[in-house]
Structures are given as structure tokens and as C-alpha cells.
Ligand binder design. Structure first.
Ligand code: ATP
Length: 322
């Protein structure tokens, strides 16, 4: 008999992504506005109280991922998986913070992915956020010790720059590496079609390419201001928000994956505005309403074998245990 903890966390789209200078630690200074969308990753942590408890090292015995989007060629069911690392981080925090930490039962992890892998939508970070809250519930049930929000946020930021936002959800301004968050006011709901060109694009490559391109092109300045978008978000009008969408990384993503030019044109002609999502290669198309998003997704699905398309709305809540 297992004791199961099921948690979910949202993927994200960057409504604004301003990229400043590269910092000495290798990260770039960002000014970004995140919106959480209802492509939710689900993590089930199954604890085995009948098996010998674990006093040190990882409590995770195995991890298995299932895919509602295209399965990647790489095997991600390893201890490097962010969901696995998040459980380890929560347990280590408990062992560090509790006055007399107790051994814990081993766990199996099941990750159900709805967010494209390596797509610029923070799927791995959402898995980490969901695993963190599931692990906190498991630790509290088996030991009575509560990892508070501050402890969870600290572990989230150590796991990755997008993990704090996946934990928090909603709409937020991110500065620093994108992990210093400030909640933003947003009215209404926004309907998106996310279209993946089914090619990989590692995040680091896109940032490095932008740095190179900036040496030769004075127009590629950082756009760190978010006032126009902030004003648009309080109107609740998707047309105003569409006009304020911006991504400094887009020219670099298009330079590295030229098929994105065509995808941006295909998408842009069907909705209010298409932009590259985060570091790409997924393209986010903001639509007028739910019906338009669903119809557009269906059209792209029917007409383009080389693209994978899903629809989603935002903003939605962050990581929760169900
Ligand atoms: P971001 O938008 O935060 O830059 P992303 O959405 O582009 O991230 P992810 O799907 O989070 O990218 O994964 C990037 C890489 O991280 C993968 O190629 C894989 O090697 C590794 N990885 C580790 N854990 C996971 C996970 N749970 N899901 C997907 N990839 C993972």
C-alpha cells in the first residue's frame, strides 16, 4: 500500500522578456513578465511506508514520465530530472532544519507532462515546483515538520530560475535571473495557442547567440521597461496585451532556428500576435478568445504535420497539492 501525494504546477509564457547584460555568474539580468498557463504538469509522489525508511541520501527509488506531448529522444527519467532533484532538495532542507530529523519512507515519482520538453515554457521547472509541494506534504505527514513557504521558495530558486514562478503562478514581474518575483495586477483571461516546431533549442544557446548578435547590431538593445504591458494587463483587453508583447530573445531564436520565421508568420496571421515563448523554440500565439484559440489549434493540427499545437489559458494558480 502506498500513500500518494498528487501535485500540479503550471507552464508559463513570458509576456515580456527583456534581456540585459551577462553577469559574472553567467546569468543575464532579466526584466520579464510571466503568465502561468493551464498546461499543468502533474507529479505523483507515492510513499512506501512498508519498505525500510531512508535516513540519508535520496528517498527516491524510481521516476517514470508519461507524455501528453511528443516524447523527447533523450531519456529524462534519471536522478538529474528536476522533479527528482526537487524531492531531494525538500528532504535535505528537512534534514537540515528539523531538530531531530527522522528517517523517511522511500518514494516513487510519476510525472505526467503536458508542457513541451525544452520548449521555453518551463516544463521542467513546473515539475520541480509540483514535486516540491508534494514532497513538503509527504515530509509533514510522516514527521510533523512543516517546510514553510520561505524554505520552499529558497529551494525553488536553487533548483532553477523559473521554479519560483511555477511555484507562485498568476502573473508576476521577474527581475534578477527572473527569480526575484513581484506579483502583478492582471484582469481577465487570455487564450493562447502554443506551437512547437519539434526541434530542440537549448536555453543557453539562445542567450549566447543574442550576446553575439548584439556586438554587430546596435538595434538589439535590452528592453527592460514593462509599463506599457502592465497598463495593458489591467484593462483585461487581449488586443492591448497583444500590442505590448515583446521578447528580446526572439531574433536570436529565429537566427538559430530559421523555420521559426515561417512559424511566426503562420501563427501571426491567425491570431492577435505571435511571439517566441521564453528562449524558444515554442511560439505563443495570443488569440481573441477561447473559441478562436481552439479553432486555430485545430487548423494548425490539420494543416501542418511539422508543428505540434496545444491551446491554454492564463493566468492560473501556481503549484498545489490536490
Ligand atoms: P525554460 O523555459 O525554463 O528555459 P524549457 O521549458 O525550455 O525551460 P525544460 O522542458 O524545462 O525546458 O527542459 C530543459 C532540459 O532539462 C531538458 O532537455 C532535459 O535535459 C532537462 N530536464 C530535467 N528535468 C526535466 C523535466 N522534469 N522535464 C523536462 N526536462 C527536464
Amino acid at each position: 500500500m502506498t500513500v500518494d501525494y498528487t501535485a500540479s504546477a503550471p507552464g508559463k509564457v513570458n509576456l515580456h522578456l527583456g534581456v540585459g547584460e551577462a553577469r559574472p555568474d553567467g546569468y543575464h539580468e532579466l526584466s520579464t513578465v510571466f503568465q502561468a498557463v493551464d498546461r499543468r504538469e502533474v507529479v505523483v509522489l507515492a510513499a512506501h511506508p512498508e519498505r525500510p525508511a531512508v535516513a540519508s541520501g535520496s528517498v527516491v527509488a524510481r521516476l517514470e514520465t508519461t507524455f501528453r506531448v511528443t516524447r523527447p529522444t533523450e531519456d529524462i527519467d534519471t536522478p538529474r530530472n528536476l522533479a527528482w532533484r526537487a524531492v531531494d532538495a525538500a528532504v535535505e532542507a528537512y534534514r537540515r532544519l528539523a531538530p531531530a530529523p527522522a528517517p523517511l519512507p522511500p518514494v516513487d515519482l510519476a510525472v505526467d507532462k503536458s508542457v513541451f520538453v525544452a520548449g521555453g515554457m518551463a516544463g521542467g521547472s513546473a515539475d520541480a515546483a509540483a514535486a516540491l509541494v508534494a514532497a513538503a506534504a509527504y515530509v509533514e505527514d510522516f514527521t510533523g515538520f512543516r517546510l514553510d513557504d520561505t524554505a520552499l521558495l529558497r529551494e525553488a530558486a536553487a533548483l532553477g530560475a523559473d521554479v519560483p514562478f511555477c511555484l507562485q503562478g498568476g502573473t508576476a514581474l521577474g527581475s534578477g535571473r527572473g527569480d526575484e518575483l513581484c506579483e502583478m495586477m492582471s484582469r481577465g483571461e487570455y487564450w493562447w495557442v502554443f506551437i512547437n516546431p519539434m526541434v530542440a533549442l537549448p536555453t543557453g544557446e539562445t542567450f549566447a547567440c543574442l550576446d553575439d548578435m548584439r556586438h554587430g547590431d546596435a538595434s538589439l538593445v535590452p528592453h527592460m521597461g514593462t509599463t506599457r504591458l502592465a497598463q495593458a494587463l489591467v484593462t483585461g483587453d487581449p488586443r492591448r496585451v497583444a500590442a505590448a508583447l515583446h521578447n528580446d530573445l526572439e531574433p536570436a531564436a529565429v537566427a538559430l532556428r530559421p523555420q521559426l520565421r515561417r512559424l511566426l508568420d503562420v501563427a501571426g496571421s491567425r491570431g492577435l500576435k505571435a511571439i517566441v515563448s521564453g528562449s524558444g523554440p515554442t511560439v505563443a500565439l495570443l488569440c481573441e478568445d477561447a473559441l478562436s484559440a481552439i479553432n486555430t489549434r485545430d487548423e494548425i493540427y490539420d494543416q501542418y504535420d511539422e508543428f505540434e499545437a496545444v491551446f491554454a489559458k492564463g493566468p492560473v494558480e501556481g503549484a498545489v497539492v490536490q
